[in-house]
Every structure is written in structure tokens, then in C-alpha cells.
Design a protein around this ligand. Sequence first.
Ligand code: PBG
Length: 330
Amino acid sequence: MSFPIHRFRRLRRTAPLRALVRETTTHPGDLVLPLFVDENADHPIPVASMPGVHRHTLASAVETAREAADLGIPGVLLFGIPGEKDEVASGAWADTGIVQQAVRALKRALPDLLVITDVCLCEYSNHGHCGLLGHDPHGAVRVENDPTLELLARTAVSHARAGADIVAPSDMMDGRVGAIRTALDAANHCDTVILSYAAKYASAFYAPFRNAADSAPQIGDRRSYQMDPANAMEALREIEADIAEGADLVMVKPGMAYLDILWRVKERFGLPTAAYHVSGEYAMLKAAAANGWIDERAVLIETLTAFRRAGADFIITYAATDAARWMRSP
Ligand code: PBG
């Protein structure tokens, strides 16, 4: 027996019907734009593997943030490239550091824009690791955990002092959220929000970022602190620990290949949860679009919708400005 109109297709017949029953919406207000600020730049420097992304001067960072804010994007996420890198990543925690300067410039120009800062040492250390280097009892080089916590806490406090609304530790040392919360509270920055890169995997998708920020590890890799892509239960334990230590917001990173993790995290904890659409994902989108192999706009909106459907409350994406423009004039 056959029916003239089928049960599911009845609700897909016209655009208004489809809009009526749509389960997931995505708006410019769900997006965060990452910005690179380069202390050595005297003009915006294009990042070759990330078309449309630049290493900014203070002035061009403010202009780019203003353009995003005008489109309804609520916040930016800052990464710094210091004038000089050293063994102890001094540029990360100096009150005169490039991110601290950028926070002050952005808050002055755009007081309502949320300024989020990445808290990590890798862009500022000459070895490119996210923590301090030391030696294990057998003499092998390792990334030290507890001595790093002190510097991460100092970095977060200096960002808060400059006016950051949200600090986002991305280093994956154990105990960093607790160390940062304690230090912020002690410095009377009780209102500063912590967005933890709680489930951050050791991913090959970060390669274009490391070119942009000049932060690739000079020896070894990040697998002794970032997570093994094969593990899901461990992500839940990481998130649970970060929440217990005081994380207000949690993030899953990278994005598209980790939607299962995003879903589990949102289901289990129900905390405001972010997805990071990382540099390699952006580079793949741009490269395929430049070749005419995919429709950039359609693939981007579909991707952002998938993050929302999987449980993301907000999405960090290098394509935020284009996406916001396209969402406003579909
Ligand atoms: C710093 C940091 C990285 C990213 C965000 N914060 C690089 C890394 O861990 O190697 C990656 C972001 C991206 O690829 O877009 N630790």
C-alpha cells in the first residue's frame, strides 16, 4: 500500500513549514572570533594557511573586533605573539605583554565586547611547550606541571587586571583551573569567568594555528599533556575535575571530529559548553572552497548548526564574521 504524501515529507514541503519545526538555531550571538595580536607587527600580516586571518597590530585588532561586534558577535578570544620569546615565557604574564595591551585597547574602544584571553605559555616560550621544561628523575626532559601552574595563575591574574572578562586556560596542566581560581579570588577578581579548554585533544588539526602563532614545540610533542584522540571517558573525567576546581564554562576542542564528546559533555554536566572550530578545520573549509569543490557559505552554516545540535552553547570560529554576515542575510 502506498500513500500520496508521506509522513515525514509533509513537514518538509515549504520553507515556512521547515522553519516552524526546526529544532536548532544558530545566531551571531553564539559565536566568538579568535584574534592574533603580534607585538612585532606594524601592519596586519596574513596567515598563509588561514585565508582571511591575520596577525594583528593593536589598532587592526580593535578594528576587526569592532566589525565583529557590529554584526552581533558578543566576544573575541585573544592570542598573543610576543616581541621576544624566552625560556620562562615572560611575555605571557608581564603586565606590559601584548595580550594585556590588547585587552586594555579593546575594553577602552568597545566596553561591551566580551574579551576572552587564551592562558597558555606556548606562544611565549622559546621551546614552544605549554609549560616549563624540567627533567624527570632519570634526566629526561619533561614539561613540569606544578611550577607551570604558578605562571599560568600569574598570567590569568594579569589578564584580569587588564580587564579581561573571561580567562581560558588551554595548557592542559593538571590542577590549573583550581590554581587560577584561587589566584583570581586572592587578587579580588572574583567576577572573572573561567572558560576551561577542559577536553583538549593532542590534535593534528592545530597545525595552521601553530604557524600563525609560531608556537610549534621545538622538541617532542604535546602528547604528555593534551588528550589522546582515542579517549572519550577520560574527557568526562577531565571535565568533572575542571568543574570541581571552579570552571564556569567548558570547551571541547577540536570541533567537528569530536561531536560525540561534545554531546556527552553537555548531556552529562549541562554546563554552558563551547566548541572550538579549530585552525585546521578552517583551513580545510577555505582550501576546498577556493578550489570550487564545496559551497563555503553552505558548508560553514551546516557545520555551525551541527555544533549547536551536538550541544554547543557557543562556537569559537575563525569564520565568525563571515558566518554572522551570512546569518543576518540568509
Ligand atoms: C595554545 C593553543 C593552541 C590552540 C589554541 N590554544 C595550540 C596548541 O595547543 O598547539 C589551537 C587553536 C587552533 O588550532 O585553532 N595551547
